[in-house]
Design a protein around this ligand. Structure first.
Ligand code: 0A1
Ligand code: ZN
Length: 882
């Protein structure tokens, strides 16, 4: 899609349909890690919809060695085609159908970008989304060119006994000199980004699934032999996802085989290639002693996510990469629905809102803000963002809520029916929803085109005599880069009015015949709207944006007493949690301000009371209670600070944590005793909740570790039979300056050094420890033999954890944290630009910080601007500097 100079932006408005369509492609791979030869035979014809007769044939290609080119069986010489670093152009092709044969060579072992064909461990594997296929052969590498693929893989049998590609295995045979081959055919037309191959020495864990219509599907999960006992949870999750999609959306799987492969070196979480998902091993391998509850939860979600793509992404795909959220927002929403169905709905909602506010709100408020459907990009890899994914999912959720479950389902049915086998746009999706529901979603489209988080200012007044409660709601979306003025967006404001006894009061708007009991939704469309509730005999506490009904920020002048009331009684469990968080935030921010003005932070009284009330109340839902007892983290608090002072925030939060540890010590002990699980590990919502709660208590006990707490923590560390409990203990120890710290870290490494995924946890815990000397610690970790710059998981474990989850050390006043990050970005820039560009993110928010940090971050960005070579990093830095 990128025409012109390599760093020039691509624009949505420049979209042109492809001049040629591709019916079939026949690929032959002579696999070799040093140099792989690829022969591609493509059957092409002019696209009647393009109206460009006689247009040149443009094929994308990057870092390829061109060996041979044929048109309709005739070799072409350099005189009749042109080729540069990005594309191959044949100016004249026949009028009707024709075939092109391209032979190329690529170097998998030298491919450090992990896009296209590369090596991981002893395996050969591919990653083609979004534009990796052009590193395999010259090709119309754009998502609106769909073709049927036949793929023959030939390789040395001893090194690569298993040869996998998309679709069905149709033939196999022996070659010369110990080589063998396997042929695969994918009956479903697909874009090149969904192509995949894997070759290696792999063990297969198998299972079966019978679809609703009675078809048998073989499930094959491939791992290295020593990981063969870690696939059960992923396979179980896959079957749950398959069943759920049949029940919730009426969608069945469409091939006889579903393959999943675990790879250690992977830029992202996983990839939905048709019938052959590739997974970062972190999101597939689990055993109770090596994976935490969080890992089990993530695996279930990611396995579900990739599976759900089979319909939302694969059967119906994107016309161009501006439509990325068409598949990602919708699939994340489906993944969230699945997670809610597999566990507690409130907890699932809290966790997804936490992710949204932790990453997407800051993005939307900074220099890299962009709409859910961006209108231009330099490097599409930079747009796999929380906005496209998480905010995209929120937008779909609002549609779901606005149309109701049946209306939404009817709209999706229509979408699947009407666009199956096509590459479409967000607009097509919305049209399907509109038509199936006879609704007009015109204003709703703004959610896709307008960046920024809407701020909802809500004010109320109560007239006791008249029995009326008035709400005035104003919405305002702050300016974002390139969008100085904003239009109002439709906001579904779910709310309730909570009475003094904690129950919801009936809600009757002026002019309405009857009252509504429980929650209701006010649909806001204008900049300012007023609502009058009548028939009230007491002043209610409004519970606003229940269930987080829109990705917006609510500003309402709650008193401490009102927040405590909601935190204790709100019938909406999300808002019950939210009220407690809001109370904590208000007071922690006040403490941070006090520190900034030279004072000392202490435990705020209302926070003390709120937490001790929680500790006294019965814990019906342990997972929910664990979240309610956890203070908002420093990253979240920072978002609400006028000018971010990481030291003040850290001091404020620590004072509260240690204060709560001290004041409520007995409570923490008894909570831990009550919820510690003695039985063998099981991944079940109830047991997960118990562990979370017991470990929250342990965390508080270790915030001010006395002898007893240290002993208990060490004992848990030594005796735990599962990684959740062992790691919780290690995390608490690693954050404390006590002699047991080193002992535990050494013992852990000793025990797990041969297990890369567990070593990642060990690295991350140390990198995220707030103890002084963070920069030096991270430097030492990077020198440790366990670290590797070529493995994205290791980079994320050390640098990611440091820059994104250790604010007090990363933002060290002398700027050493920033320097370390920028040095690493430069080192990765030439090897893996995608990962390098992601690491720039924490620096992009420089303008929000206190002056000396602002200047230090800015200086590093300037240095990156000068020295970085990749368009990926270049684009991030340019946007950051604005
Ligand atoms: N489509 C995948 C995410 C993904 C995107 C890019 C990748 O490599 C550059 C890899 C995976 C998903 O949403 O799961
Ligand atoms: Zn996805």
């Amino acid at each position: 899609m990128r025409e012109g100079s390599p760093h020039a932006p691509v624009r949505l408005t420049d979209y042109q349909p492809p001049a040629y369509l591709l019916d079939t492609v026949d690929l032959h791979f002579q696999l070799d890690p040093g140099r792989t030869r690829v022969r591609a035979e493509m059957a092409l014809r002019p696209n009647p919809a393009a109206g460009e007769p006689g247009a040149p044939l443009v094929l994308h290609g990057q870092e390829l060695e061109l060996l041979r080119l044929e048109l309709d069986g005739e070799p072409l010489t350099r005189a009749v085609y042109s080729v540069d670093a990005e594309r191959l152009v044949i100016p004249e092709v026949p009028d009707g159908a024709f075939t092109v044969v391209v032979e190329t060579a690529t170097r998998p072992e030298a491919n450090t970008a992990l896009e296209g064909l590369y090596t991981s461990g002893g395996k050969l594997c591919t990653q083609c989304e979004p534009e990796g296929f052009r590193r395999i052969t010259y090709f119309p590498d754009r998502p609106d060119v769909l073709a049927r693929y036949t793929v023959t893989l030939e390789a040395d049998r001893a090194s690569y006994p298993v040869l996998l590609a998309n679709g069905n295995r149709v033939a196999a045979g022996e070659g010369e000199e110990g080589r063998h081959w396997v042929r695969w055919e994918d009956p479903f037309p697909k874009p090149s980004y969904l192509f995949a191959l894997v070759a290696g020495d792999l063990t297969c864990c198998t299972d079966r699934f019978t679809t609703a219509s009675g078809r048998e599907v073989d499930l094959h999960l491939y791992t290295e032999a020593h990981n063969a006992d870690r696939g059960d949870h992923a396979l179980a999750s896959l079957k749950q996802a398959m069943r759920w999609d049949e029940e919730a959306y009426g969608r069945e799987y469409d091939l006889d085989l579903y393959q999943v492969v675990a790879v250690d070196d992977f830029n992202m979480g996983a990839m939905e290639n048709k019938g052959l998902n590739l997974f970062n091993s972190q999101f597939v391998l689990a055993r109770p002693d090596t994976a935490t509850d969080a890992d089990y939860t993530n695996i279930q979600a990611v396995v579900g996510h990739e599976y759900f793509h089979n319909w939302t992404g694969n059967r119906i795909t994107c016309r161009d990469w501006f439509q990325l959220s068409l598949k990602e927002g919708l699939t994340v929403f489906r993944e969230q629905q699945f997670a809610a169905a597999m566990g507690s709905e409130a907890v699932a909602r809290i966790d997804s809102v936490d992710r949204l506010r932790g990453a997407q709100f800051p993005e939307d408020a900074g220099p890299t803000a962009h709409p859910v459907r961006p209108s231009e990009y330099v490097e599409i890899n930079n747009f796999y963002t929380p906005t496209v994914y998480e905010k995209g999912a929120e937008v779909v959720r609002m549609l779901h809520n606005a149309l109701g479950p049946e209306g939404f389902r009817a709209g999706c049915d229509r979408y699947f029916e009407r666009f199956d086998g096509q590459a479409v746009t967000v607009e097509d999706f919305l049209t399907a929803l509109e038509e199936a529901n006879d609704r007009d979603l015109r204003q709703f489209r703004r959610w896709y085109t307008q960046a920024g988080t809407p701020q909802l200012e809500v004010r109320s007044s109560f007239d006791a005599e008249a029995g009326t409660f008035d709400l005035c709601v104003r919405q305002h979306t702050p300016a974002t880069p390139g969008q100085p003025a904003k239009e109002p967006v439709p906001i579904p404001l779910a709310l309730g009015l909570v009475g003094a006894d904690g129950h919801d009061l009936p809600m009757q708007l002026e002019g309405e015949e009857a009252a509504i009991h429980g929650s209701r939704v006010l649909l806001l469309r204008y900049e300012e709207e007023r609502f009058r509730f009548t028939g009230l005999t007491e002043e209610p506490v409004p519970s606003l944006l229940r269930g987080f009904s829109a990705p917006a920020e609510v500003d309402y002048p709650y008193s401490d007493a009102e927040l405590a009331h909601l935190a204790g009684h709100d019938s909406d469990l999300f808002n019950r949690w939210e009220a407690g968080q809001r109370l904590a935030r208000t007071h922690l921010l006040a403490q941070a301000d006090a520190v900034r003005s030279g004072g000392e932070a202490r435990l705020p009284g209302p926070l003390h009371q709120a937490i001790s009330r929680l500790l006294e109340a019965p814990a019906d839902d342990a997972a929910l209670m664990a979240r309610a007892l956890t203070l908002p983290d420093e990253g979240q608090l920072a978002e609400y600070m006028e000018t971010i002072d990481p030291d003040a925030l850290h001091a404020a939060r620590e004072a509260a944590r240690t204060g709560l540890a001290r004041e409520l010590r007995e409570g923490w002990w008894s909570l831990r005793e009550q919820f510690r699980d003695a039985g063998p590990y099981r991944f079940e919502p109830e047991a997960v909740g118990r562990r979370a709660l017991a470990n929250t208590a342990l965390g508080y006990l270790m915030a001010e570790p006395d002898e007893a707490a240290r002993e208990a923590c060490m004992e848990q560390f030594r005796e735990a039979d599962n990684m959740t409990d062992q790691l919780a203990a290690l995390r608490a120890l690693a954050a404390s300056d006590i002699p047991e710290r080193q002992e535990a870290l050494e013992a852990f490494y000793e025990r797990w050094q041969d297990d890369p995924l567990v070593v990642d946890k060990w690295l991350a815990i140390q990198a995220a420890s707030p103890l002084p000397g963070g920069v030096e610690r991270v430097q030492a970790l990077m020198d440790h033999p366990a670290f590797s710059l070529t493995n994205p998981n290791k980079v994320r474990a050390v640098i990611g954890a440091f820059a994104m989850r250790n604010p007090v050390q990363f933002h060290r006043p002398d700027g050493a944290g920033y320097r370390l990050l920028a040095d690493l970005v430069l080192e990765l820039d030439g090897r893996n630009p995608q990962i390098a560009a992601r690491l720039v993110k924490p620096l992009t928010r420089w303008r929000r910080f206190v002056p000396e940090r602002e200047a230090a971050m800015h200086a590093e960005l300037e240095r990156l601007r000068e020295r970085a070579g990749s368009p990926d990093v270049g684009e991030m830095v340019d946007r950051a500097l604005g």
